[in-house]
Design a protein. Structure first.
Lengths: 489, 119
């Protein structure tokens, strides 16, 4: 069994503050503003914060799952490792590839939202949104290709500025409204229970990506930082999102809520013209975190999978700055195409996108619950620095609740039945499954053949004998496919 | 198990390949790092330093504050330096354990890939 490792003695270890800002910053994308505004449609008056509270409690349930799984596998490749041990390798890869598409969607949505916000404040034609989107994604791709990474201190500052400004603008807008809140404690007023469930499903999306910080598990100063950071991030996200959603529902009209930049109107209500520009700037800063985290997470994952032999070797090609340039460019191009589709589709475009993201996020939480449940029986003796209390019942509840929320989110757009998100997810999952079943075995076979074709360079006298010590992570509880020498994710 | 001499011999071959690779020299520009290697089976520890795109000699023991710590079996270290092992595969399966930033991990893997796959 691999000894738990952490970066305590490293020269550049990540502290708790940066881990919190990473977790919060990744979750608080520009799409957050649109999702918050969309949420208002499902509940009565100014009671959307209750849906967010329930969603926050569910996010804490997911936090427990990710905490246990990340504790077991404190590595950037954790998702591959725990999924491959909990389920069939092909299913694990299919789920992972499908989940990765959320990164593309969030990047695309953020680029579009920032582009739309800039177009609005500059009083330009809406057509120029695509140009701004192209410029933003182009800059993101170029900076990634040059190996530019936002320093931890800059990320701390950016996240703090975004959250503080959003909170202040929301509070000031509420204070300036001069009217009391409408039914702040009655979410069911003239609404149904189904509406509330849909609002909770959407609310879960406002916490999405807080768990991406687990990919930093190898660089935190203390292993428990990741676990604590995710908890603190969920709490911060609840406070900021609840206040922002309440302010939006209270001071914005229906047209403003359904626009691509409700946060600009919120800023305007708080501080007039200055507030408009302030929130445009804040929206742009949110994209900094999204682009930084999204591009690095997705491109490095694709690189590692290609290096392992499960994707075409071209995806592992590096430029002179050791950046996997093909995944970075591919991510940029795909995000731009999605952003253009969003723009062409108008308001319905990002509403569908939010629904797809909400459904996929709930789905991955359900998968995490399943992995906790399955690994408790498959790897009962594996080191678990953090254990979910009442893991069995909690995982079953998580599996059922998140599964249902995923289904609800997948067939609901703007408080109306619409199966388009479900169709999109099904198509993405289908493509992933076909790719995994048909093409991944070919890539793996080609990689095996390539390795077999070349002679071993290590002198024969030094080859290991039959009594060699097993690898560090091989344990009796590992499934056969996880043994060394096999391309196991 | 590979003893310290075997790992030193394997590293010397890898070091020569890395330092002779002009593309890698470009790739490592500005990447001055200290890497500690820990053998999980023998307990042996080694230190690698990269300075001005050049890999220094392998040093016995953990010297200085590291930027990156790599933990693996002695066999895996020997195979890795000879180019007989895909470090990404071992990493994804949990047999190579790392502590350090993702960017540093990436560079280390890039070194292995460039010298053995790019020629």
């Amino acid at each position: 069994m691999a000894a738990p490792t952490h970066a305590a003695g490293l020269r550049r270890a990540m502290g708790l503050r940066t881990a919190v800002s990473t977790s919060t910053g990744l979750a608080f994308a520009a799409l957050q503003y649109l999702a918050a505004a969309s949420l208002v449609a499902y509940v009565a008056g100014d009671s959307a914060w209750i849906s967010l509270g329930v969603a926050g409690l569910l996010a804490l349930l997911a936090w427990g799952f990710f905490g246990e799984l990340n504790g077991m596998f404190p590595t950037a490749a954790a998702i591959r490792r725990y999924m491959s041990r909990a389920m069939d390798d092909r299913v694990a890869l299919t789920v992972t590839f499908t989940y990765l598409t959320t990164i593309v969607m969030v990047i695309a949505a953020d680029a579009f939202i920032v582009g739309a916000a800039l177009t609005h404040v500059l009083h330009e034609s809406g057509v120029l949104t695509a140009v701004w989107t192209l410029v933003l994604l182009g800059l993101a791709v170029l900076s990634n290709l040059r190996g530019v990474k936002v320093a931890g201190s800059v990320q701390d500052l950016a996240t703090t500025v975004v959250l503080t400004a959003t909170l202040v603008v929301s509070v000031v807008a509420l204070a300036k409204s001069g009217t009391p809140l409408h039914t702040p404690l009655q979410p069911f007023h003239h609404r149904t229970g189904a509406d509330f469930v849909e609002s909770v499903a959407l609310g879960v999306f406002l916490y999405s990506a807080f768990e991406w910080v687990t990919t930093n598990a190898e660089e935190v100063r203390r292993p428990e930082h990741i676990h604590r950071a995710m908890f603190i991030a969920v709490c911060i996200l609840f406070v900021v999102s609840a206040v922002m959603t309440t302010a939006m529902s209270h001071v914005l009209d229906r047209g403003q809520l359904s626009s691509a930049f409700p946060q600009l109107y919120l800023g305007q209500r708080a501080f007039g013209g200055f507030g408009l520009w302030l929130m445009a700037g804040i929206t742009a800063v949110t994209a900094l975190n999204t682009f930084n985290g999204g591009f690095i997470t997705a491109s490095r994952f694709v690189y590692a999978t290609a290096r392992e032999g499960s994707l075409p070797p071209v995806l592992a090609r590096l430029n002179d700055r050791a950046v996997p340039w093909v995944p970075v460019v591919g991510l940029g191009v795909t995000s731009f195409v999605v952003a253009v589709v969003i723009e062409v589709a108008g308001g319905a475009g990002w509403e569908v996108l939010v629904a797809v993201g909400a459904a996929l996020e709930a789905l991955i939480y359900a998968v995490a619950a399943f992995c906790v449940l399955r690994l408790r029986s498959r790897l009962p003796d594996h080191h678990r620095p953090f254990r979910v209390r009442l893991a069995g019942p909690a995982a079953v509840v998580g599996l059922v609740v998140f599964g249902l929320l995923a289904l609800v989110a997948a067939v609901s757009v703007s408080n109306r039945f619409n199966p388009l998100p479900l169709v999109i997810i099904a198509v993405m999952a289908g493509i992933s499954a076909v790719f995994v079943v048909r093409y991944v075995p070919r890539y793996r076979a080609a990689e095996e053949a390539r390795r077999a074709a070349g002679p071993k360079r290590r002198p024969p006298r030094n080859r290991p004998d039959a009594t060699a010590t097993p690898p560090a992570d091989e344990t009796a509880d590992d499934p056969p496919g996880a043994r060394s020498g096999h391309p196991v994710p | 198990m590979a003893d310290a001499d075997e790992i030193t011999e394997a590293y010397a071959d890898w070091q020569a390949r890395c330092n002779a690779n002009s593309r890698l020299a470009t790739m490592l520009r500005g990447w001055d790092r200290v890497v500690h290697l820990t053998c999980s089976d023998t307990g042996d520890r080694f230190t690698i330093a990269v300075e001005d795109s050049v890999l220094a000699e392998l040093r016995q023991g953990a010297v200085g504050d590291p930027d990156l710590v790599v933990t693996a079996t002695s066999e895996d270290f020997a195979d890795l330096f000879w180019g007989d092992l895909n470090p990404s595969e071992k990493y994804l399966s949990g047999e190579i354990v790392l502590a350090g930033s993702a960017d540093d991990v990436m560079r280390l893997d890039a070194m292995s890939m460039v010298v053995f796959l790019d020629g």
